[in-house]
Ligand binder design. Sequence first.
Ligand code: AP5
Ligand code: MG
Length: 191
Amino acid sequence: MINLILFGPPGAGKGTQAVKLAEHFGLRHLSTGDIFRREMAEGTELGQAAKTFIEAGKLVPDDITIGMLKNHMMAHRHGSGFILDGFPRTLPQAEALERLMDELDLPLTAVISLEVEDAELIRRLRGRAATSGRTDDADENIIRKRLEVYKSETLPLKDYYRRRSVLQEVNGMGTIEKIFSDICSRIQAEA
Ligand code: AP5
Ligand code: MG
């Protein structure tokens, strides 16, 4: 069984690589950002609760996000493994995930951290704005806010996973195929 966390700043390529990895290894792809956007499009209560935070480039509060992720993991716990994309993003989320994975007896195979320079992140997100329909891509101030929030709230988790000896830093600059093959080699070495 393989369970992965894809870690990295906005625009690092988490979603792009997660889709390919999910297909290649037969994993369930859970993107908290995608789930929130789906709920927003459907106008659910959860979507409405998340909307103001997402549109401001801020994190959705932990209690909402953790509860949602738990529901999705519980529902799919009997599959061949998970790839988490965009979760965890805070220390309480990482701790809640660790408890949940213990409870469900799911081993954490690796945390793949995609390393990309800020200028390239901004270039990618601005490029995507025209086609993504994402309100948080539409304005450069919001893109910068997302990067700021990543640095202050999420980046410290790298140390958390480094201490657990599961952190794998991968160069996220280059072609999508080259990055994919680098990630696959790291996973094969761990699995
Ligand atoms: P989320 O949806 O997770 O967005 P994000 O982290 O800001 O990251 P993106 O989805 O923008 O980037 P990505 O790393 O997936 O890159 P992608 O593959 O798309 O979160 C959105 C919001 O939801 C958050 O701000 C927050 O409000 C809320 N939220 C979500 N999870 C939460 C949590 N756990 N807690 C609290 N709040 C949460 O690639 C980007 C672009 O680059 C694409 O156009 C792609 O085609 C291109 N690209 C990809 N790879 C390459 C490459 N190698 N070379 C050139 N271009 C590339
Ligand atoms: Mg994404």
